[in-house]
Ligand binder design. Structure first.
Ligand code: NDP
Length: 326
């Protein structure tokens, strides 16, 4: 270990609800956590406007405000919150090594991964414009569907997520138009059938969104094209939902941790433990099913408790082995 190498008991990677909750628990357990925020401090919630489904906020709260409060709560217990991006790890030894911005090396007794997942978007300029404005583009129907009660919305995608979200939206919205780029669903039969059998969901097969229309502030419609006959159409809608999958932010761990075929970290059932001792995972990096702020926070708590127990067991071993030589 060189002079510039730092040693920490608990390193938390990521600053969404999972990371900050892990930090609150780890700090209160005297683990002196160091948390690296990553390139999107606050995580996915900083791209959301109103959060109404996180318990404890009866009037709702904006995503960025909620993340500032979580950060303040973690810092109140002296979590060391730092700017920086973990670019490399080495989990091959008993001490886990991580590198910040390809430069600073840290040796960690425990690592809690809370790097989240990134929703995929189509990449249309108009889609990104209204996403940034908070004006009607969303990748989370459960988070934002409520704001479109009684309105017409469009959703893109044909997997299980798109079907689940279209069905969820159909209970709130007047009409849901689903854009499927091929002539078949990717989703399981049962999910696809549920969508097909829902009266206020219209499915447009072989159809791509080519532009999200708006008045400069909010979405007013979607320009679509049939990719078989080339026919174009403008659909009226106030919400544009994208449900074409997520990419877990786990690339740097792939040489050491067990990942599923999409890249989600595989945790030991009912725990936050990974296949490497002392490395724990929380939040969307291991969750393709629930993906909610509150579930991420819950697993952040689990990861800190698992890390604390791991350290306590290690310390106990250390005491046993030293006393043997006394
Ligand atoms: P998937 O990768 O399964 O599906 C993505 C969908 O988006 C596909 O239909 C794909 O089309 C479509 N798509 C991708 N890119 C574009 C694009 N540029 N334009 C238009 N459409 C596009 O992702 P999901 O999030 O749906 O599911 C991820 C995993 O989670 C799956 O294993 C799924 O089974 C699981 N899951 C399970 C649930 C449950 O059991 N309740 C609920 C939600 C997810 P195409 O088919 O043409 O490739």
């Amino acid at each position: 270990m060189s002079d510039s190498t730092e040693r920490v008991k608990c390193l938390i990677i990521g600053s969404g609800p999972a990371g900050y909750t892990a930090a609150i628990y780890a700090a209160r357990a005297n683990m002196e956590p160091v948390l690296y925020q990553g390139t999107q401090p606050g995580g996915q919630l900083t791209t959301t406007t109103e959060v109404e489904n996180f318990p404890g906020y009866p009037e709702g709260i904006t995503g960025p405000e909620m993340m500032m409060e979580l950060k303040a709560q973690a810092e109140r217990f002296e979590t060391d919150v730092r700017d920086g991006w973990i670019t490399k790890v080495d989990f091959s030894g008993s001490v886990h090594k991580v590198w910040v911005n390809d430069a600073k090396e840290i040796h960690c007794d425990t690592v809690i991964i809370s790097t989240g997942a990134t929703a995929k978007y189509l990449g249309l300029e108009s889609e990104q414009k209204y996403l940034k404005l908070g004006g009607g583009v969303s990748a989370c129907a459960i988070c934002d569907g409520f704001f479109y009660k009684g309105q017409d919305v469009v959703i893109v995608g044909a997997g299980d997520s798109a079907c689940e979200e279209a069905h969820y939206l159909s209970k709130l919205c007047k009409k849901v138009t689903m854009l499927v780029r091929r002539d078949v669903f990717r989703a399981s039969k049962i999910m696809a059938n549920r969508v097909k059998n829902t009266e206020n969901i219209e499915i447009m097969f072989n159809t791509n969104a080519i532009e999200v229309l708006g008045d400069g502030q909010v979405v007013t419609g979607v320009h679509v094209r049939n990719n078989v006959n080339g026919k174009e159409k403008e659909l009226q809608a106030t919400g544009f939902f994208v449900a074409i999958g997520h990419k877990p932010n786990t690339d740097i761990f792939k040489d050491y941790l067990d990942l599923d075929e999409t890249g989600y970290i595989i945790n030991k059932p009912g725990t936050s433990k990974t296949n490497v001792e002392g490395v724990f995972v929380s939040g969307d990096a291991a969750d393709h099913v629930y993906r909610q702020a509150v579930t991420a926070a819950g697993t952040g708590c689990m990861a800190a408790l698992d890390a604390e127990r791991y350290l306590a067991a290690k310390d106990a071993d250390f005491e046993v082995s030293t006393s043997t030589y006394n």
